[in-house]
Design a protein around this ligand. Structure first.
Ligand code: ATP
Length: 458
């Protein structure tokens, strides 16, 4: 949970929200109707960046490994799944109502909430606050299936993607011919009726998760738990998050979920303080055992060579796509003064950046420059997301690209017409060099693959 700590750099949540809005990463949802509290729509650059986050996760989980397969299960499952998983009975947060201001708060997070009358105080801190006793509030969003409202059956929008994986355990075990240790990875939307959504993308009621269930022999569970905490921590640093802004926090015994014997959170130093980015849990045999009991289908592993049978333990790294993207944006945000002018720049890892390069003809009225720039743009876009921009002064065009985190800009100028070279400008160092136009595609390919470290890391 969040705790406040002073931050060394200039980033605030307001600046991120404002940049995201201004540059079309993220919009408040249903804005023309006044919005819907804490719901967001992703615009062009937001979609591209979010897809990059998901692609990097899938690469690390599936493409670069032998032992994990992908899955995309339904959002609405048989309601019995949620009985078995314990969500119907126990997926709840304690809430309190204030009889004075009529607001609702999470009883376990009053220190992060604001009194409706006196926002500088926490609920319960003023003599006027009149809080009810805490009561449990189930976070699952329900809906009705079937044509006739009254006779339709109640179903739930999944609050996590994990259960879709457990109910497919047998299919994957048989068809993908896997034996423990092996994993099933899935990215998809989840829904929670959060009592206090907020902090931009950090906590919303509709969000995307990246979850992987790793099935292991019970005796190996502890070792694999440690392994996945380390793997996931390295994934964030691999894509540029500063190590100094990440930490691992082991849950205390009284914080553990009903299914978990050990959980560690990877936390990031958001502008709201250290908060969970991803949780890694040792879920033991809980889920497979519950689904075996409730469905009557045995979910276990039988070793055909030895005849040994057991219910695998599950190690689960569960992260959020939106929350990760928020961390990438926060970590990348920078302001600096260049030649007496303020510049805002997103120092995103090139593999997370929505646009990899911009192609800019220096003079938009020069047909020759435009022709060369267009032809370079068309060549580059076959491989990467690149942008062509001939609109406005070159300095303004650079600044637009800086704000969306484009790592490289290729400029076609007078000299290009003489010697077929272009300049390449580096977003972070602002260094410029000349390259033959024919070599740009290869140069960009190499540049995007080079190991990258945030210049903010110092
Ligand atoms: P929190 O304590 O912040 O409510 P949690 O422990 O309930 O999170 P998990 O059930 O472990 O979260 O979900 C795994 C991940 O899914 C979280 O680490 C987070 O990145 C993401 N996530 C969970 N709830 C939300 C939400 N309401 N909005 C955005 N992302 C979420």
């Amino acid at each position: 949970m969040a705790e406040t700590e002073p931050r060394a750099d200039a980033v605030t949540m307001d600046k991120i929200v404002s940049l995201a809005r201004r540059r079309g990463f993220v919009f408040p949802s249903s804005e023309i109707y006044g919005g819907l509290g804490s719901a967001y729509d992703y615009g062009h650059y937001g979609v591209l960046a979010k897809n990059n986050v998901k692609a990097r996760w899938l690469e690390a989980m599936v493409q670069e490994r032998d032992d994990i397969v992908a899955l995309d299960s339904a959002i609405i499952l048989n309601p019995a799944v949620w009985e078995a998983s314990g969500h119907v009975a126990g997926f709840s947060d304690p809430l309190v109502d204030c009889r004075t201001c009529k607001l609702r708060f999470r009883a376990d997070a009053l220190d992060q909430s604001h009194c409706g009358r006196k926002p500088s105080k926490h609920p319960g801190e003023t003599p006027d606050c009149d809080l009810t006793e805490p009561r449990q509030f189930n976070l699952m969003l329900s809906t009705r299936l079937g044509a006739v409202e009254e006779t339709g059956s109640t179903a739930y929008l999944r609050p996590e993607t994990a259960q879709g994986i457990f109910v497919n355990f047998k299919n994957v075990l048989q068809l993908a011919r896997r034996k423990p240790p092996f994993g099933i990875a899935q990215i998809g939307k989840s829904f929670r009726n959060e009592i206090t959504p907020g902090n931009f993308l950090f906590r919303t009621r509709e969000f995307e998760q990246m979850e992987m269930e790793y099935f292991v022999p019970p005796a190996e569970a502890e070792r694999w738990f440690e392994y996945w905490v380390n793997e996931r921590f390295s994934w964030y640093t691999r894509y540029g998050i500063r190590e100094s802004h990440l930490r691992v926090r082991a849950h205390e015994q009284d914080e553990l979920s009903h299914y978990s014997s050990a959980t560690s959170d990877i936390e990031y130093l958001f502008p709201i303080g250290w908060s969970e980015l991803e949780g890694i849990a040792n879920r033991g045999a809980f889920d497979l055992t519950q689904h075996t009991e409730h469905s009557g289908t045995k979910l276990e592993f039988v070793d055909s060579a030895t005849g040994e049978r057991y219910v695998p333990y599950v190690i689960e790294p569960a992260g959020g796509v939106d929350r990760s993207l928020l961390a990438f944006l926060v970590d990348a945000y920078d302001e600096e003064e260049v030649a007496g002018r303020e510049r805002t720049v997103l120092r995103l890892h090139p593999e997370i950046a929505p646009v990899k390069a911009a192609v800019l003809p220096l003079i938009a009225k020069s047909d020759e420059m435009v022709a060369k720039a267009r032809s370079l743009y068309e060549e580059l876009r076959r491989r990467s997301v690149v942008e062509y921009d001939d609109n406005g002064a070159i300095g303004r065009r650079y600044r637009r690209q800086d704000e969306i985190g484009t790592p490289y800009a290729f400029t076609v100028d007078e000299q290009t017409l003489d010697d077929d070279t272009v300049t390449v400008r580096d977003r972070d160092s602002l260094a410029q060099e000349r390259l033959p136009i024919g070599g740009v595609r290869e140069w960009l390919g190499d540049a995007l693959e080079r190991p990258w470290r945030s210049p903010k890391a110092g």
